[in-house]
Design a protein around this ligand. Structure first.
Ligand code: G3P
Ligand code: MG
Length: 231
């Protein structure tokens, strides 16, 4: 079971910062998950749309310019990084799951993926593009068919993972609170990997191992790795 550092090693450093990313690399995670938004044509790495949650700023991220956002403190003196900065830091040392939040356009993200493969030491299979917005995923797959797509869901659909197969996804990314065995079996029967967010407790990790999950997103990678083959 792969261990992905959720928002970087966010249990140990401010989430979605270069510090949290560097820590995840140091921990030798299989992958790192980050969240991105597009502001003024730039892709920034942050989860929330409201700045006060994780920075010393106030208001909605769309109410500030890219330059204003870059002047904020995202915790422990860290700036809000760009996608390019994160990919440059990781430099192909592990997988990266780029989760596209509401209004990052797929075209812009795909350009960064191509750049990372050409210049930042990645190969295509190390980069996964995920989103709760399946329209973005479908558009991305159409524009760049070799893109690995992770279809996010927080539900257990009637047809289980049919939606992900329809998207020609690589993986289905499920909420830990809604992951029955039937969902896992259905995904695997359709040739999809199953990733689960967010598994932070040891008992969660044990449950995921029993379910046959392929990857977990966790804020505490070393805790998860102590229960997997990494020890
Ligand atoms: O990508 C997995 C997980 O991060 C999805 O939920 O809200 O933590 O971005 P969220
Ligand atoms: Mg996320």
């Amino acid at each position: 079971m792969w261990v992905f550092a959720h928002r970087g090693a966010s249990g140990h450093a401010p989430e979605n910062t270069l510090k949290a990313i560097a820590l995840a690399i140091e921990m030798q995670c299989d992958g790192i998950e980050i969240d991105i938004h597009e502001i003024d044509g730039e892709l920034i790495v942050i989860h929330d749309t409201w700045l006060q949650k994780t920075t010393n700023g106030q208001g909605h991220i769309r109410s500030l310019s890219f330059a204003q956002i870059r002047a904020l403190d995202a915790g422990q003196g860290e700036v809000i990084p760009t996608l390019r900065e994160v990919l440059a830091l990781v430099n192909g040392q592990c997988k990266v799951n780029i989760e596209v939040k509401s209004w990052a356009t797929e075209r812009r993200v795909l350009t960064e993926i191509d750049y990372a493969i050409a210049h930042l030491g990645f190969h295509n299979e190390q980069l996964i593009l995920s989103s709760f917005n399946h329209h973005i995923l479908r558009a991305a797959k159409k524009q760049r068919p070799q893109t690995l797509i992770g279809a996010l869901t927080a539900s257990v659909p009637i047809n289980y993972c049919a939606f992900a197969q329809e998207l020609d996804a690589y993986s289905v990314h499920c909420d830990i609170d809604f992951i029955p065995l039937e969902m896992v079996e259905d995904a695997h029967a359709r040739g999809l990997k199953v990733f689960v967010y967010t598994a932070n407790e040891i008992s969660d990790i044990e449950d995921m191992l029993l379910l046959g999950i392929d990857a977990v997103f966790t804020n505490y990678p070393t805790r998860a790795m102590s229960k997997t083959a990494h020890q």
